[in-house]
Design a protein around this ligand. Structure first.
Ligand code: TPP
Length: 485
């Protein structure tokens, strides 16, 4: 529910309930469900207890139509309807309802339409005048990602600004030829001299800020003027910068060409990116160790075109941001990055893959285990999901915190290692499990995805060694960027 609100996803949630006379009287299995989701919904309504009366059916029709409308405008999000039922609950014949069938003809619903209600289309054209400007393409899960990328490409070319492309933005996965696409920003901005040389005056932020702490810190200190374009009324600026917000989808936005263009600035970005990217790519290609970041890197090279990928919170989303190679593979990214929870990861990925194209989930072990019972849906699941499980026995993300040097309490209270045998867990749910031995085998397994079923590819990694290797990669890439400027 919270992620639906955070990401602006329309969602209608129906909770079944006891009727009012069976609440607050120890009747069993009855809790207070009213406004259960607090402020996380666009609308809460408790439906009337059903009765076979036409007036009540008219009320139900209107209430459900209104609820669905509230799930879409003014801001898409979740709506909660609590639905009380009274005995008899089995579908037994009820003579009192037969008379109603006459009135429930097509005309009863005929005036309703499934189309989204027309919200006012606002468009805006802005003057972005600074010669030293950047576009930060942040998280954005649009379905028409090709359109988004085309609009972005036009905008970036006319402004002559580089695009810092998050892995959660279509900007990373579409061909933006003619623009400078920066993907190694987290690594290259670790070099303070490079960071100073590339400071922008204006920033156009699309959707919101990427995860990278390094990028966020650099932007917060830059003092740059920010224009944030996002189709939401929610505050998306955790950096509290000199920010103006335009509540628009990118397609409705345009910018005038700046009067002056500083080609040395955009060239510096290109050189820094090329140098840092080359180091990352070369070192990742060369490493034979099962370094967890290499899974994201290899997926970016090997997956079939336009594969839907759900990327879990914690290190998977960060490794995608650091290492996922840019290009025109049109990979479609999905994520729960509103509250950044590791809960519900498996079920969300199964929902994404159900009835659609062969899909991939990239997840850590704790995130997968949090929702392991999501596998119970397997007999009803139609489609294909390949789960790339990075098993580093605990929360690898915490190895990057200063507290990692203090053990105890680090292992027991932060890393929280687990000892689950995933082969046996998969067997219990009737899933195919493969323990990945090396990267050649992994590449083969993800280059062609099966048409049906759920399979788990387990990559056993070492979180301490991998945290150290990440740091080394970033340091090498940052040095190379420095040499390039
Ligand atoms: C529901 C929920 N509980 C706790 C957290 C805090 N948390 C963030 S990352 C993380 C560890 C995740 O471990 P894993 O999925 O194995 O990924 P890794 O850190 O190894 O990449 C935890 C517990 C959270 N984000 N969401």
């Amino acid at each position: 529910m919270i992620e639906a609100q955070e990401s602006g996803t329309p969602l209608l949630v129906l909770t079944a309930d006891r009727p009012p006379e069976l609440r607050d009287c120890a009747s069993g299995q009855a809790i207070d469900q009213l406004k259960l989701y607090g402020g996380h919904v666009n609308l809460f309504h408790e439906l009337a207890v059903p009765e076979p009366r036409l007036e009540l059916l008219r009320y139900l029709r209107q209430t459900v139509a209104h609820a669905w409308q509230c799930a879409r405008i003014p801001e898409p999000g979740p709506v909660h309807l609590n639905c009380p039922f009274r005995d008899p609950l089995p579908p037994v014949r009820d003579a009192s309802a037969t008379g109603l069938s006459r009135d429930l003809d097509e005309a009863f619903f005929g005036h309703l339409s499934g189309e989204a209600p027309a919200a006012g289309r606002i468009t805006a054209r802005q003057r972005l005048s600074a010669p030293r400007g950047i576009i930060v393409a942040g998280p954005c899960a649009v379905t028409a990602s090709g359109v988004y990328a085309a609009v972005l490409q036009r905008l970036a070319s006319s402004l002559h600004w580089p695009v810092l492309a998050d892995a959660l933005s279509p900007a990373r996965h579409h061909d933006l030829s003619g623009t400078v696409v920066v993907t190694a920003y987290d690594a290259l901005l670790r070099n303070a001299r490079v960071g100073r040389a590339l400071l922008p005056r204006q920033v156009l932020c699309l959707g919101g800020w990427p995860t990278s702490k390094v990028l966020r810190g650099w932007l917060a200190q830059s003092g740059a003027e920010v224009l944030l374009v996002a189709p939401t009324a929610r505050n998306r600026d955790a950096l509290h910068g000199r920010t103006r917000t335009l509540q628009l989808p990118l397609e409705n936005f345009d910018a005038d060409r700046p009067a002056q263009v500083d080609t040395t600035y955009v060239t510096a970005w290109r050189q820094a990116e090329e140098a840092a990217r080359t180091v990352l790519d070369d070192k990742l290609a060369a490493t034979r160790n099962l370094f967890e970041g290499k899974a994201a890197w290899l997926l970016s090279e090997s997956l079939p075109e336009a594969t839907p990928v759900f990327v879990a919170s914690s290190m998977p989303v960060r490794d995608a941001e650091y290492f996922w190679r840019p290009g025109g593979r049109r990979t479609q990214f999905y994520f729960n990055r509103g509250a950044n929870g590791i809960d519900g990861t498996l079920s969300t990925a199964l929902g994404m893959a159900h009835g659609g194209k062969p899909s991939v989930l990239l997840t850590g072990d704790l995130a997968l285990l949090h929702d392991a019972n999501g596998f119970l849906i397997r007999p009803k699941f139609s489609g294909s999901l390949t789960i790339v499980l990075i098993n580093n026995r605990g929360g690898g993300i915490f190895e990057h915190l200063p507290v990692a040097r203090f053990d105890p309490p680090f292992e027991d209270y932060f890393a929280t290692p687990q000892e689950v045998d995933f082969a046996r867990l998969c067997a219990a749910y009737g899933l195919k499990h493969t323990l990945v031995r090396d990267w050649a085998q992994f590449t083969g397994l993800v280059s062609r995805l099966p048409v049906h079923g759920i399979r788990v590819l387990e990559v056993r990694t070492d979180r301490k060694r991998d945290a150290a290797f990440r740091k080394k990669l970033f340091a090498d890439a940052a040095r190379a960027a420095g040499r390039a400027l």
